[in-house]
Write a protein that binds this ligand. Structure first.
Ligand SMILES: [Zn+2]
Length: 490
C-alpha cells in the first residue's frame, strides 16, 4: 500500500535567506499544497513526492516587483505573456502593475467600473507570475470609485503622476485632455491630487481593517520646472543624450514635487504615501526632510534597479531614457548610501517594455528628446541589486527585504515575501557566484534591446518557483502561465 507523502516538494541543501534575520542558514525547504510547510535542517527525503538537490545555492523569497507597467506600450494581451516570462526569469513571483485610463494601455477613458473588469479579463490566464494592479484616479468620477475598487476588486493602492497635467508623458504633449482622455471641465492638477488624497483618507476610515494596506504612490516631478529647463537645455544645445535629459528634468524638480506631495498628504491626513523611484541626492534628501517634518505620515521610499546600476554616461545612451532621468554617478552612489543606510524601503524595475521601433525616433535615433520614456528591467532586478549591492556590503537578508518582504507588506501581499511556514511557496534558487554579461538576446522580454546591455553582473537566478510550481529553470520558462490575480489584502 502506498503511503501518502507529507510534502509535495522538498528542496534540500540550500542556504536560506530570510528578511528580518541577520544571517543565512543552511537547511531544507518543504512545500505542501503550494505553501511552505517546513523550513529547517535534515528534513527526510522520504517525506516528499519530489526532491530537488539545491546544491548549496541561495534560496531567496520570490521577488515582489511592485512597480511594473505591463501593457503600457504593447497590447496587454501580448505584454502580460512576454513580460511576465521576463519576470519569472528574474526570480519575480509577484508583479504589481501601475495602470490607468487614457492614451497608451487600453487607449481609452471611462469609469473603472467598466474599464477594470476588461483589464482583469485580458490578464486572466496570461501571466506566468502572480499579479495585481495599482490604479490612478484620473478624474473626479474615479475618486468616487475608490471604495468600489477596494471592496470589489481588492485594489488598495493608487497613483498620482504629478507632472502629467502640465507636461504629458514624453514632454511633447501639451494637450492634457487628449492625452489623459478626461472631460474638458476636468483638470489633472494639484487640486485634483488633493481630492484623491481626501478620497483615500475616507477609504482608510471606511475600511478600517484594511487601513494599513491602503496607500498612495506618487511619481514626483514638477511640470513647470521640466518645461522651462527643457527649453533652456535645448536652446543652449551644449548637452546631448542622457546628460541633456537629466538637465532638462533636474533633480530639484523631483525635490519640489516631493515637498508638495508631502505637505498635501499631511493636510489631508492621507497617511500612507509611497514616493516612487527617487533618482537623486536632492530627491532623497527632500524625502527624508519631509519624513521628519510630518512624522504622522508613513512614507515609503522606492528606488529602481536602473537608477542603481546606470548613470548618464551609460554606453547604451538614449535607450536608457526614463522618467525621472538616469542621473550622474555621484547621484547613483548617493542612492546606494541611502540603501545601505536603511533609508530606502524597496527596489523595483519600473518595467515598461518599449520596443526599439517605439523607443527611438526613426529619423534621429540619437535625439533623446524625440525618444519615448521607459524600458524593461524586471529580469535584472535581483541580479542587479545583488551584484552592485554585495560589492558595497549589502547583506543577503537586506536584499530579501528590499526585493520582497517590504513591498509585500506595504501592498497587502500578506502571504508573500518570506520563506516561512504558511506563506505561498514562492522561491528563487540563486547562484551568487555566477558572473554573466547582460545580453538582450538572452531575455524573455519582447523588448529586443536593453539599456543594461554589456553590464557584467555577479549573481544569477537558477530556478523560480511560484506557489511550489517550477516556472523557470536554468534558462527556460517551464509550463503554461499559472499566475493568479492577487486581490488585496491577499
Ligand atoms: Zn513607472
Amino acid at each position: 500500500m502506498a503511503v501518502a507523502k507529507k510534502y509535495d516538494l522538498l528542496v534540500k541543501n540550500v542556504r536560506i535567506v530570510r528578511p528580518g534575520k541577520t544571517s543565512v542558514q543552511k537547511g531544507d525547504i518543504a512545500v505542501a499544497d503550494g505553501k511552505f510547510a517546513r523550513v529547517g535542517r535534515d528534513i527526510p527525503a522520504t517525506d516528499a513526492r519530489k526532491v530537488v538537490d539545491g546544491k548549496n545555492l541561495l534560496a531567496l523569497p520570490g521577488v515582489v516587483d511592485p512597480h511594473m507597467h505591463t501593457g503600457i506600450y504593447s497590447p496587454l494581451a501580448e505584454d502580460a505573456i512576454t513580460e511576465s516570462r521576463a519576470a519569472a526569469q528574474g526570480g519575480v513571483t509577484s508583479s504589481i502593475n501601475y495602470f490607468r485610463t487614457g492614451q497608451y494601455y487600453l487607449n481609452k477613458g471611462g469609469a473603472y467600473a467598466d474599464f477594470y473588469p476588461e483589464v482583469l479579463a485580458i490578464s486572466a490566464g496570461r501571466f506566468h507570475v502572480d499579479y495585481a494592479y495599482h490604479l490612478a484616479p484620473m478624474d473626479r468620477g474615479h475618486i468616487d470609485e475608490i471604495p468600489m475598487l477596494v471592496e470589489k476588486h481588492g485594489v488598495t493602492s493608487f497613483k498620482i503622476y504629478m507632472f502629467y497635467g502640465g507636461y504629458g508623458l514624453h514632454g511633447a504633449s501639451s494637450h492634457q485632455h487628449e492625452f489623459l482622455m478626461i472631460d474638458e471641465d476636468e483638470k489633472y492638477d494639484v487640486a485634483h491630487f488633493e481630492f484623491i488624497m481626501r478620497g483615500l483618507q475616507r477609504a482608510m476610515e471606511q475600511f478600517e481593517d484594511r487601513r494599513d494596506n491602503i496607500s498612495l504612490s506618487l511619481h514626483c516631478e514638477t511640470a513647470e520646472i521640466m518645461a522651462a529647463y527643457t527649453k533652456l537645455v535645448q536652446r543652449e544645445g551644449k548637452l546631448s543624450g542622457l546628460k541633456a535629459y537629466s538637465a532638462a528634468r533636474p533633480p530639484h524638480s523631483e525635490g519640489l514635487a516631493i515637498c508638495v506631495a508631502s505637505y498635501l498628504a499631511n493636510e489631508t491626513n492621507c497617511v500612507n504615501i509611497n514616493l516612487l523611484h527617487l533618482t537623486s541626492r536632492k530627491a532623497v534628501e527632500a524625502a527624508l526632510k519631509m519624513a521628519r517634518a510630518f512624522p504622522h505620515v508613513n512614507f515609503r521610499r522606492e528606488v529602481t534597479v536602473g537608477h542603481l546600476v546606470l548613470d548618464y554616461d551609460a554606453p547604451t545612451g538614449v535607450l536608457a531614457k526614463v522618467n525621472p532621468p538616469i542621473r550622474s554617478r555621484a547621484d547613483v552612489e548617493f542612492l546606494w548610501d541611502a540603501v545601505l543606510d536603511g533609508k530606502i524601503d524597496w527596489v523595483c524595475s519600473d518595467h515598461a517594455c518599449c520596443r526599439h521601433e517605439m523607443k527611438v525616433d526613426a529619423k534621429q535615433p540619437g535625439e533623446v528628446f524625440l525618444g519615448k520614456s521607459g524600458f524593461g528591467g524586471t529580469e535584472y532586478l535581483l541580479s542587479g541589486i545583488a551584484s552592485e549591492g554585495r560589492k558595497r556590503g549589502l547583506s543577503w537578508n537586506r536584499i530579501a527585504e528590499l526585493t520582497s518582504w517590504n513591498a509585500a507588506q506595504r501592498f497587502g501581499l500578506t502571504r508573500k515575501g518570506d520563506i516561512a511556514p504558511g506563506l505561498d511557496a514562492d522561491l528563487v534558487l540563486f547562484d551568487p557566484d555566477r558572473t554573466f554579461v547582460v545580453r538582450a538576446a538572452d531575455a524573455e522580454s519582447s523588448q529586443g534591446y536593453t539599456p543594461f546591455e554589456g553590464q557584467e553582473l555577479t549573481g544569477k537566478v537558477v530556478s523560480t518557483y511560484l506557489r511550489g510550481n517550477l516556472i523557470y529553470d536554468k534558462g527556460r520558462i517551464v509550463g503554461p502561465p499559472i499566475g493568479r490575480y492577487l486581490r488585496r489584502p491577499y
